[in-house]
Design a protein around this ligand. Sequence first.
Ligand SMILES: C[S@@+](CC[C@H](N)C(=O)[O-])C[C@H]1O[C@@H](n2cnc3c(N)ncnc32)[C@H](O)[C@@H]1O
Length: 186
Amino acid sequence: MTPADVAKATDGVRWMSLEHGTFFYDLIVKNGFRSILELGTLHGVGTCYLAAAAEQTGGHVVTVDLPWSATLKPEAAELLKKCGLRERVSIVRRKDGAEGFLVSRLDAAFAPFNFIYVDADHTYRPTVLFATLALASLVPGGYVCFDDINNSGYPDVRRAWQVVKQLPGVEITEHGNLGVCRRGSV
Ligand SMILES: C[S@@+](CC[C@H](N)C(=O)[O-])C[C@H]1O[C@@H](n2cnc3c(N)ncnc32)[C@H](O)[C@@H]1O
C-alpha cells in the first residue's frame, strides 16, 4: 500500500495527515527499518501509514495506547484490516500506557527499535518521559519523531521539545510540526 492508498482507505478518520504519513513512510523505507513503535494509537490512522512502510521493509509495528482506545469506532484493528495490514501490527493496550510499555522493554531480553513515533499524552512530564525512554529504546542510527513541536495548541510539547534538543548524542531536525531525533552512536 502506498501512503496515498492509506489516505484513501482512512479518509474521514482522525489523525495522521498524508503529508506526515508520507514523511514517515519514506524515512522508514529509505533506511530499511523493520522494528517500528508508535506511542498513541487512537483509531490507527498513523499505524496504517507505519504498517504500509513496514510492508515494504518486511518489518513489524507495535502500537501502544490506553485500554479505552479499544472502544473507539473505528478501532485500530478494523482500520488495519481495511488496509490489508493487520498482520503487520501488534496492538498493545495497557493501563500504564506508553511509559509502562517502554519501561517493560528496557531489558536485555528485548531488541531495541529502529523507529519510534511519539504521539501520546501531549502534556509536559509524560512527553519528556516518553522522549528519554524512547531514545533509550532505540538502536544507534535509529529515529524518534514527535508531533506538534511547533503547535501553539500544545505549549507543553514545545517545552518538552526544548529539553529533547539538549539531550546528548542526538541529532535534531525540524520539519514543520515534526521533530526528528536521530540517535548517534554514542
Ligand atoms: C493524537 S492521538 C494518536 C494519533 C495517532 N498516532 C495517529 O497518528 O493517527 C493520541 C493518543 O494517545 C493516547 N494516549 C494518551 N496518553 C497515553 C499514554 N500515557 N500511553 C499511551 N497512549 C496514550 C490517547 O489515548 C490517544 O489515543
